[in-house]
Design a protein around this ligand. Structure first.
Ligand code: NAD
Length: 241
């Protein structure tokens, strides 16, 4: 049986918490091989077989099939342009991106396959389906989304809270209220609270390990590489056989 060669991966934001998890989990078992690790400043040495590259020197990257990005919103535009110039796929989980950057991603999807997702976990995909059903069934109730993350997280509310809020708005016609906690080393917690007169429903997801996001992003990267240009949704790519 001929073996499928591993998908060649460029990790953007490789020195960060998510980048570290991606570097650790990538490899033959995941069907991907890291060929380039990009961070704001190039780091000495190598990350496995890959080369460390500074963000300002992307052109030095060897050939790759897909870029996986967990960095900062301000870093995204140059990476998108670079992926378009190389004709490679792009998977991004960077949160806090604004309208103009969403349009940059939409434009890129005309020439390369693109997937942006606020959350790469299976549990959040299931939670958002439960939230949709609850919001539709309880349109007159108050709705609050409370999220908690580690103290160094820059954006608030989290991208996942905004995603769940959009599900709530679509289900009951009104957006929820948001509350954010930034403390310690919390990986990520989201509570959607629906409050009526004399009763309350709470739907909760707690991430205790960021490997779940990294594994989801690697699987998305493996599956999106080589596909036609377009904007891909996580549910379509990951959570269907
Ligand atoms: P981090 O601060 O630990 O790491 C950020 C990384 O980005 C570093 O490697 C840094 O060198 C790099 N970087 C910063 N500025 C850059 C620039 N101008 N050019 C290139 N690289 C640059 O952050 P983190 O905890 O790894 O999170 C990164 C992003 O991923 C955040 O937006 C976070 O909210 C998001 N995130 C998303 C998910 C998801 O499932 N979608 C899960 C966890 C985190």
């Amino acid at each position: 049986m001929p073996q499928t060669p591993p998908v060649r991966l460029l990790i953007h934001g490789a020195s960060g918490r998510m980048g570290e998890a991606l570097l650790r989990l990538a490899g033959p078992g995941a069907g991907v091989e890291v060929v380039a690790a990009v961070s704001r400043h190039a780091l000495a040495g190598s990350a496995g077989k890959s080369v460390w590259i500074a963000a300002g020197e992307l052109a030095k990257a060897p050939e790759f099939d897909v870029a996986i990005d967990f960095s900062q919103p301000m870093a995204l535009n140059s990476l998108v342009a670079f992926c378009v110039s190389r004709g490679t796929a792009l998977v991004s989980g960077t949160t806090g991106i604004e309208g103009t950057q969403r349009r940059v991603l939409e434009d890129a999807a005309k020439s390369i396959p693109v997937l942006w997702a606020a959350n790469f976990s299976l549990g959040i995909a299931v939670l958002s389906e439960l939230v949709r059903r609850a919001a539709e069934a309880l349109p007159g109730w108050d709705c609050d989304i409370i999220e908690a993350h580690h103290a160094r997280k820059l954006d608030a509310p989290s991208g996942t809270a905004l995603l769940l809020g959009e599900v709530v708005r679509a289900g009951r016609g009104q957006p929820p209220h948001y509350a954010s906690v930034r403390a310690g080393d919390i990986v990520g917690e989201h509570t959607v609270m629906l409050s009526g007169a004399g009763e309350r429903v709470e739907l909760v997801h707690r991430a205790s390990n960021r490997d779940i996001f990294a594994a989801g992003a690697l699987e998305a990267g493996r599956r999106i590489a080589g596909r036609p240009a377009g904007s891909y949704a996580l549910s379509g790519l990951l959570f269907t056989p």
